[in-house]
Design a protein around this ligand. Structure first.
Ligand SMILES: [Zn+2]
Length: 150
C-alpha cells in the first residue's frame, strides 16, 4: 500500500487546470467527490480570497472600519470575522424595541460608541482572537455603555 491510492485528479472549476488532491474516504466516495465537488487550485483559491477580502474591506471601510493589519492570510480571515460580527450588531440593533424616543436615542448612541471602539481594532489578530463574540456579548457591552451614559 502506498499513499498514492489517496491521490485523485481533479479539475479547477475556475481555470480548468487539473491538480491532485488527497482524499481519505472510501474509494467510491473519493471518486464521487473528485468528480462532483467544486475544486479550486491554490492559485484560484488565493485570487478568490483576495477578491473577497477586497470586497469585504471596501464594505467595512464605508461604515468606518479601517483597513486591517497583519499577514495576508490573517487579514483575509479577520475581514470575514469582522463582517460576521458587524452583522451580529446589526441583527441586535434591529431586534430591539423601545418605549420612548429617549430610550431609542440612548440606545443608538450606545451602539455608535460600541462600533467606534471596534473600529479602533485594526489588528487582524484582534478579530481572530475575538471571533467567538456572540450577540449576547454584544448586547452586554452595549448595555454597559448605555448605563454609563444615562
Ligand atoms: Zn485554478
Amino acid at each position: 500500500m502506498t499513499d498514492e491510492i489517496y491521490k485523485y485528479d481533479v479539475r479547477c472549476s475556475t481555470c480548468r487546470q487539473t491538480f491532485k488532491v488527497e482524499l481519505f474516504e472510501s474509494h467510491e466516495k473519493n471518486l464521487f467527490l473528485a468528480d462532483k465537488k467544486d475544486w479550486y487550485c491554490e492559485k484560484c483559491k488565493k485570487e478568490y480570497f483576495d477578491q473577497q477580502t477586497a470586497a469585504l474591506t471596501k464594505t467595512q471601510k464605508a461604515i468606518g472600519f479601517p483597513e486591517l493589519e497583519g499577514t495576508p492570510k490573517m487579514i483575509s480571515w479577520a475581514a470575514k470575522i469582522r463582517g460576521d460580527l458587524i452583522k451580529k450588531v446589526d441583527y441586535l440593533k434591529q431586534s430591539l424595541t423601545f418605549e420612548s424616543d429617549d430610550e431609542k436615542k440612548l440606545s443608538d448612541k450606545a451602539f455608535d460608541m460600541f462600533m467606534k471602539e471596534w473600529q479602533k481594532n485594526i489588528e487582524a489578530k484582534w478579530w481572530i482572537d475575538n471571533r467567538q463574540i456572540n450577540v449576547r456579548d454584544i448586547s452586554k457591552g452595549i448595555g454597559e455603555i448605555s448605563d454609563s451614559i444615562k
